[in-house]
Design a protein around this ligand. Sequence first.
Ligand SMILES: Nc1ncnc2c1ncn2[C@@H]1O[C@H](COP(=O)(O)OP(=O)(O)OP(=O)(O)O)[C@@H](O)[C@H]1O
Length: 366
Amino acid sequence: MISVMIDHHQGDFHLETAFEAGAGVTALFGPSGSGKTSIVRIIAGLARPERAKILFDGQTWIDTASGLYVPTHRRRIGCVFQEGRLFPHLTARQNLRYGRFFAPKGEPMLDEGEVIELLGIGHLLDARPATLSGGEKQRVAIGRALLAAPRLIMMDEPLSALDRPRKLEILPYIERIRDIVRIPVIYVSHAIDEVARLSNAVVLIDHGRVVAQGAPAEIFPEVAGLSDAMVPQSIIEARLVGHEDYYGLSIAELGEDILTLQPIDLPVGTIVRLRIPATDVMLALNRPEEISALNHLLGRILTISRDGAHVLVTIDCAGQRLVARITLLSMERLGLKEGLMVHALFKAATVDSMSVFHGQDPNAGS
Ligand SMILES: Nc1ncnc2c1ncn2[C@@H]1O[C@H](COP(=O)(O)OP(=O)(O)OP(=O)(O)O)[C@@H](O)[C@H]1O
């Protein structure tokens, strides 16, 4: 568990944050310039704050009140940045071993072979960074960080320099670190798809302050207004119940309802996390017939809030929150109000991010 309290000025910018991060992946998420990198630099010991108290597993790393400051190398943090920062004159293997050089003696360490296997980089070991793709470089950089026996991994926009196919290639490896290596990760990003997929906790940062923190399903419906680019999203967890080979679809259940999804290459019974942009959800008062959208969920309106010229309608669907962003005009025409039952519709194709839920299946064993 890391506990962070920072009060620091840089130029006109005031960083005033407090949050805690436990096991798994905690995302620091927020618009550009909100202060995410500044927080990472202070935690890592790369910048010295005016006032701060940072504790990791009960050990004080910084306490400006008592003048305590643990130097960077003694914090044992594995950092991965946007550009992997590999040494260009060393091979991938030598870069990996450079990480090991920093591992303190007597500490339990990950086995080099296991890390190579975990990250799928066995065939790259003799290559130099110049001949590796962006995604391959990042996998080596992650391996180097892991081999230094870190107690905490911090990743600052590790995928933002990569195109979408490279991103999709590397995400499963970060999931493996989360699920297999189980070192806590602080993950900085302003990409909602990455954060929705990877994180089990989100700290939402805006103008240097923590504006919300919690599970992705609580935070992502609330991002309206932070930046024009951020569309509120629903994060829903559902259980895979089948694969339909002929139509190339997967089927999941959410309460009494069935969801039809693009194919998910995971076994039946797996809990999957689905991300649905609020702009892709339509609402109807009656169950529509003869409509192409395959997914119809019946739910009760919890809240309606103004979002510029639009409204955000939050619906309780089998105990999970689904948000729809519709025009004020549509809301008035339908006479939507809190407590009303509505049908929420969305296409299979809009559900474009999914991953294994890494907590306990709430229904397991019951
Ligand atoms: N060394 C510095 N001196 C003065 N101001 C700085 C310094 N470094 C960053 N800033 C300012 O602090 C604010 C926060 O920057 P920071 O890089 O932490 O944001 P961020 O959320 O990581 O942004 P991005 O997602 O674009 O990387 C910005 O307004 C930035 O201009």
